[in-house]
Design a protein around this ligand. Structure first.
Ligand SMILES: Cc1cc2nc3c(=O)[nH]c(=O)nc-3n(C[C@H](O)[C@H](O)[C@H](O)COP(=O)(O)OP(=O)(O)OC[C@H]3O[C@@H](n4cnc5c(N)ncnc54)[C@H](O)[C@@H]3O)c2cc1C
Length: 384
């Protein structure tokens, strides 16, 4: 296996030679640019670094993946668009999927030819996910799916959905759930985008009306989808946090540097309250760095999902919100100005990211749910 520092040098050189894409803020423009960027990364061998070679990856270690990400962030390069596939759903297909699913679907997921979404939450099943009611009945060759999902990110753009369905109504609720891979162009699927506070239509309602799904699209065993779902959620909480922390650190440093140069280095222009918020964000970033070292150890040991993933997600929430709150505070009265680019500030982007940071305490399981998991599984407290 290629030595880590050699690998880092190759990645650094590659980024130095690239014309990095300019990413528009509007969601359609962002999607197109970052999808093309995903293809570039894939064709250059930078996606699926720790995935097996048989599915289009490079068969290197999770640490190689992290080193690459550090270089990407350092180069101020954007992430590819298909992160739900790359970081959340794809790892579960690689782990639990059949040969057909792995060989047929994963290379296209890596290249960005197929964008994936995650159809877990429903109007009456969010925190209590196991109460989900979207059902799949056995119709011989196929399952037939009916029901509704909500908050499904990127469903409008997605070609595939990792869908949780109820396949046994009589079993205890965690034991009657299956994990299906659904082609989003199947007849009977309706997608209705919802507008977020960022102004983006990133997540959607998705309706399934008697949708036929071939049986070979079942991941793992029938009625055993809960374990696969937990694997997916573990990736969304643990390894996702490692990557995001590196991005937040750079976003924070860049914002502080921009404001310093804007105000001529005059620290006296930053009020005490804002300085205190910046200090808090800086400390929170360092605490998260300590936590993510443990996460990296778990990834190397291929430990699978654990309650520690909830610690990562909870800390990330605090850090992401502290970083963007303090950065937006730096703008002072200018935070209401629509565009501060003439001053060299990326204020519009910071405000967008500040709004999105409110969602971190919700997606992938709310902060209250992470605290419940930590209390019960790490501290051993009784269920309340
Ligand atoms: C930006 C964004 C993107 C998302 N993307 C996706 C996606 O792609 N796919 C997908 O399936 N879902 C997605 N979600 C949905 C997300 O997973 C759910 O919103 C989340 O699990 C909470 O469910 P809920 O909204 O139904 O809230 P509820 O479960 O109704 O919770 C409401 C409130 O009650 C609290 N609460 C509930 N139960 C408990 C309890 N037992 N103890 C203490 N407090 C409790 C919650 O913490 C919350 O504050 C996304 C959400 C957001 C914000």
């Amino acid at each position: 296996m290629i030595e880590l520092e050699t690998f880092r040098g190759e990645a650094r050189k590659w980024f130095a030679d690239q014309n990095l894409p300019v990413v528009p803020l509007d969601i359609d423009g962002r999607f197109e640019v970052l999808r093309a960027w995903q293809r570039t990364l894939f064709e250059s061998g930078w996606l699926g670094i720790s995935w097996s070679t048989e599915v289009g990856g490079r068969g290197l270690s999770p640490v190689h993946q992290l080193v690459f990400n550090e270089e990407l962030v350092r180069a101020r390069a954007p992430q590819p668009i298909g992160l739900i596939g790359l970081e959340v759903v794809g790892r579960s297909i690689e782990h639990y999927g059949s040969d057909w699913q792995r060989r047929e679907l994963l290379p296209r997921l890596l290249s960005g030819e197929d964008i994936w979404c995650q159809g877990f939450s429903e109007p009456e099943a969010g925190s209590d996910l196991a109460s989900l009611r979207t059902s799949a009945r056995d119709a011989g060759e196929d399952f037939v799916v009916s029901g509704q999902k909500v908050w499904t990110s990127w469903a409008k753009q997605a070609q595939w959905c990792a869908l949780l369905v109820r396949t046994d109504r009589d079993a205890p609720k965690h034991k009657g759930i299956s994990y299906l891979l659904v082609d989003m162009s199947s007849p009977g699927i309706t997608v209705r985008p919802l507008v977020q506070m960022t102004g983006d239509e990133e997540f959607c309602e998705v309706f399934f009306d008697e949708v036929s799904v071939p049986k070979r699209n079942l991941v793992g065993e029938i009625n055993a989808g809960w374990a696969v779902a937990n694997h997916t959620l573990g990736s969304e909480r643990g390894s996702y946090t490692v990557r995001r922390r590196a991005e937040l650190e750079v976003a924070f440093d860049d914002a502080v540097a921009q404001v310093q140069s804007w105000s001529g280095g005059g620290r006296e222009r930053v009020p005490d309250r804002v300085a205190a918020a910046l200090g808090k964000a800086q400390i929170a970033l360092q605490v998260l760095e300590g936590q993510t070292r443990k996460t990296i150890d778990r990834l190397v040991a291929a430990a699978g999902p654990t309650a520690e993933d909830s610690l990562d997600k909870l800390l990330l929430n605090g850090v992401e919100q502290a970083v963007f709150e303090s950065v937006v505070d730096l703008l002072g009265p200018f935070r209401t100005a629509p565009n501060l680019a003439p001053f060299g500030l990326e204020a519009e982007r910071w405000i967008h990211d500040h709004y999105f940071s409110r969602a971190v305490s919700i997606y992938g399981g709310t902060s209250q749910i992470q605290r419940n998991i930590i209390a019960q599984r790490i501290l051993g407290l009784p269920r309340g």
